[in-house]
Design a protein around this ligand. Structure first.
Ligand code: SAM
Length: 194
């Protein structure tokens, strides 16, 4: 059994190699083509310093970034405070529930960050945070799962098996990636079953 990661400590020590100081390239490409209703409310759980939520907010969507780490959120607020439709709040995606579920959840390097034993809880949490019929857009790390992590890898098959009971898979593809993450990422677009 691996030790739970102390995310606040990782930010405190600036030990954050995942942070590329910009939104994920695969997200940018998807946003360039999307045809979502402008009133779509977006949640980005495990948002870190807020780069991905900022990309949603810059397209005009009411966006919320959520993370366990107060330091990450403080940095996010400082960097993106000029975007009026972007808010950040501290929370545990696996353990809390929203007052009102969201229309869309975007995930990038949260599934690979949590303990693999908690992946079913993650799938359950989606049902709390996302409306029936809502969209779940995800960039997952796909490489073999080992005891070392985070990041903890996953196979495409495992991901599909986990989410298929509650979601319809609309599309999956290899996204444009950050340098150094070649062949490591796969993107999925799901619709929560009603
Ligand atoms: C690998 S980092 C990725 C951050 C961001 N998505 C990025 O790509 O820059 C994982 C993030 O998830 C957060 N996190 C881990 N478990 C969480 C949970 N249960 N609820 C909310 N955030 C969580 C951590 O604090 C950390 O910021």
């Amino acid at each position: 059994m691996t030790k739970e990661t102390d995310w606040e400590e990782r930010y405190q020590q600036e030990d954050t190699p995942w942070d590329k100081d910009e939104p994920a390239p695969g997200l940018i490409d998807w946003l360039n083509k999307q045809t979502l209703a402008p009133e779509t409310r977006v949640l980005v759980p495990g948002c870190g310093r807020g780069h991905d939520p900022s990309a949603w907010a810059k397209r005009g969507f009411e966006t919320t970034g959520m993370d366990l780490s107060e330091i990450a959120l403080s940095d996010a607020r400082q960097k993106y405070e000029t975007l009026p439709n972007l808010a950040f709040f501290p929370g545990n995606f696996l353990e809390e529930k929203p007052q009102e579920p969201y229309d869309l959840i975007f995930e990038h390097t949260l599934y690979c960050a949590i303990e693999p034993a908690r992946r079913d809880e993650y799938a359950q949490a989606l049902n709390h945070w996302l409306k029936p019929g809502g969209l779940f857009l995800a960039i997952h790390f796909v490489f073999p799962l080992t005891e070392e992590g985070p990041p903890f890898g996953a196979s495409k098959e495992e991901i599909i098996e986990r989410f298929e009971p509650g979601f319809e898979l609309l599309n999956d593809w290899k996204p444009r990636h950050f340098e150094g993450r070649r062949d490591e990422e796969w993107m999925f677009l799901w619709k929560r079953k009603v």
